[in-house]
Design a protein around this ligand. Structure first.
Ligand code: TMP
Length: 210
């Protein structure tokens, strides 16, 4: 059986991934594509518990433990959800994957991109997305959007603009080093404009029969 296709969405908090994933879902439904949607951290019972621990602002977690918890959640979801779906020929759409750790923990927390990447390659056994859609946005703009929508910030968001801007710079560096995998989109464009770019890329890459 032909292996499926792995798409990840990335960006600073508040970049609009959720909206674009919903639009992509509607598009794939119309095309009757076989798609699995998952999110990180989460997507599996234990990984969702790790998500709750990581997001709770009351929890004091040092940077190394934080990186390892994200990697542990990723190891679970990769083995139990993503790999089997790809092997059965499905398209997998993941809200964040390995690049979130490299940017948030590697660049944002300052653990270093190389260290975080090597730990995560153990967790994913080398699995990387085929296409990564990066919604590029200024950190402050993302936080302002999220505060407006949710009214409550999680542990990473509470660190504020400085962390999100380091994360943004990290994403742009990763994208520059891997232009084949990354599609970088200016997230200040309208939702419709952004989705048109995503749709065109999916069609260009032949992800489904169009
Ligand atoms: P989101 O599900 O709303 O995108 O939020 C997830 C938060 O967790 C976001 O602040 C980014 C952060 N995060 C990391 O710091 N490292 C990771 O590896 C992942 C997947 C998420």
């Amino acid at each position: 059986m032909k292996r499926g296709y792995f798409i990840s969405f990335e960006g600073v908090d508040g970049c609009g991934k959720g909206t674009q994933i919903e639009k992509l879902k509607a598009y794939f439904e119309e095309k009757k594509a076989d798609v699995l949607y998952t999110r990180e951290p989460g997507g599996n019972v234990v990984a969702e518990k790790i998500r709750t621990i990581l997001h709770d602002p009351e929890n004091e977690i040092n940077d190394t433990a934080e990186m390892l918890l994200y990697a542990a959640a990723r190891a679970l979801v990769t083995e139990t959800i993503i790999e089997p779906a790809l092997e059965s020929g499905k398209i997998v759409v993941c809200d964040r994957f390995i690049d979130s750790s490299v940017t948030f923990q590697g660049y944002g927390r300052g653990l270093g991109a190389d260290l975080v990447l090597s730990v995560n390659k153990i967790a994913t056994r080398g699995l990387m997305p085929d296409l990564t859609i990066l919604l590029d946005l200024d950190g402050a703009a993302g936080l302002a959007r999220n505060q407006g929508i949710e009214g409550k910030l999680d542990r990473m968001e509470m660190e504020g603009e400085w962390l999100q801007n380091k994360v943004r710079a990290g994403y742009l560096e990763l994208a520059e080093n891997d232009p084949e995998r990354f599609l970088v989109i200016d997230a200040t464009k309208t939702r419709e404009e952004i989705f048109e770019i995503i749709k065109a890329e999916i069609e260009k890459r032949g992800v489904i029969e169009c």
